[in-house]
Design a protein around this ligand. Sequence first.
Ligand code: SF4
Ligand code: ZN
Ligand code: ZN
Length: 317
Amino acid sequence: MPKCRICGRKAVVYLRHSRLWLCSEHFNEFIENRVMRTIKRYNLIRKGDRVLLGLSGGKDSVVLAHILSKLRESIGFKLYLAHINLGIGEYSEKNAEVAKKISEKTNAPLIILDLRKILGVGIPELALKTRRPPCSVCGVVKRYLLNALAVELKANSIATGHNLDDMATFILKEFLVQNLEQIPKLAPRIEGVKDYLVAKIKPLYETYEEDIKKYAELNNILYVEEKCPLADETTLTWHLKKHLRDLEYRFPGLTIGFIRRLVKNIEKYPKPGDTIRRCSICGMPSSGKICSFCKITEKALGKPMGPHAREYIKEIV
Ligand code: SF4
Ligand code: ZN
Ligand code: ZN
């Protein structure tokens, strides 16, 4: 029976990327230290910060909520959780239930934004009426609502559960389609603009998806395992992620090495040309005159709903 490299007790986990057998205690320590180091290395959270975590109910954001709640005292920041109920039937209800339980468990205040209460429709209807892929509409809606909420909460940053595999996949995709100016937008920290755009941080940037899953299992952390019924498994991103996982298996440590070298060189990539302006309808960030949220809601519902969503959020905060 393999033994833990640190304490010699029975090992329960083998980390291929680090060629390390660990017991559950030292595995937890390894993962929590890795997140702490990512936070320090990329200056993601500072003492006194107010951090708003987007909690979907899936394993990544749920594990991140647990780890951040453990680290909040030693770093000295306040943690808030935000869950957006996307109105995707039973799947969304399950996620909302998990979010409530995680809030109790981590003792972090939770704000739920229910899309059907704000707009009267969920992601499926918005996608249908705008004839856009559900995930693209969903991305716009989530980014908009999280940012609007973070602005009202006067949060210093929005944390998301994007993990190492996600980020390496997104970066590879931009390489393949030669959208090089998108790469700096995939850094571990993206600065905000005072009063209307809150900084984005990714504390799981250097943590493998497989390790996040093991952390959840070993600590009996509740999360929604089933996939979103609207997820599209035919996209380039989906295939790339699958192949990257196979490559990582054959060449352990490949993904983390790639990401670390990339971040070191990120300044060398062309800067995004689009300047951030304010939407002329709702005042939120936009690359054009009108933001994507106002455009999508106008197309689907006949009226741009940015101002209404902002009012709704102001009232519940
Ligand atoms: Fe939204 Fe797509 Fe994720 Fe479903 S799979 S929650 S539609 S981004
Ligand atoms: Zn040990
Ligand atoms: Zn707008």
